[in-house]
Design a protein around this ligand. Sequence first.
Ligand code: UDP
Ligand code: MG
Length: 340
Amino acid sequence: MTQTTARPILWIVIPCYNEEQVLPLTAPMFLNKLHTLAEKGKISENSRVLFVNDGSKDKTWEIIRGLAQQDGHYLGICQSRNRGHQNAVLAGLMEARDKCDITISIDCDGQDDLDAMDEMVEEYWRGSEIVYGVRSKRDTDTFFKRFTAESFYKLMRTLGAETVYNHADYRLVSSRVLNHFADFEEVNIFLRGMFPLVGFKSSTVSYERAERLAGKSHYPLRKMLALAFNGITSLSVKPISMITGAGIVFSLIGLIIAVWAVVEAILGNTVAGWASTLCVICLLGGIQLISLGVIGQYVGKTYLEAKRRPRYIISERTWEENKRHWIEENKDCRMNEQEQ
Ligand code: UDP
Ligand code: MG
């Protein structure tokens, strides 16, 4: 359905996990934005809002289905189970890529300023194929969240994983880029670090991030650390070379200490202090274990990649509901036909 009309078809892709509280508030906001952009002549009237239900355990999917029945601009797909935010966004983008010209991925909790979409689309008109939404300030975050998030970007950079500073997953991507992105077949995905690898002309748009409108965050510290670690190990093998470097440094220190011990022994000075020796042993043991752990992570990831399991499985689509009902309703007739 990709067509080079003057006005691009936009699909807003929204991952949703247990969002029954916030979805009824934000869904009309997304639709309004779609209409305003269409009225301004920036996008086609055939644009859509696509919700991706990431295996929610609450009423999220029922709400999405209800919205789709209410207004044809709302669409929904349902993942067969919870696979996490990154896989949900990927499922939505892959679903959308051959049905539209541009996509904008955004969280469903109303934290990201929808008005930034105007500027994103402007940037697309100016020739950018990827537009990264970048948070201008983090006033609404707690000190702890701000500190951990900013340290995360700095650490990523030091460890060789280039990402756009303060950019999460609020982003415009053209279907042309998505078609190339589909060739990145890895199972461990970290979208914000992978899109810059695709290339093409890109730009940034800054926006202010507000508080969640309702419900609570699904990213506690444990998940944030897992995301950071996944990001680093997915994008870079620099930690492994750093471990090798550390190994060389510590071996050299060991060698120097050994020479020193021999010299002291020859000079007749008894070496005092078991405690300090034990400290060094423990320290080195610890460093070795951490290093093995990091290398183990890479080996484990290679194992997961080798299996080539699907990254998402879509179990339902709102626009296939009628078809499903029709099949169910006509099951008896078809069985009769087959028997004859
Ligand atoms: N989300 C998801 N699957 C998950 C966890 C979260 O699809 O397993 C969605 C969630 O519904 C939201 C977005 O990812 O739209 C970001 O999550 P959240 O707002 O909880 O994260 P935070 O903004 O606190 O970092
Ligand atoms: Mg949020």
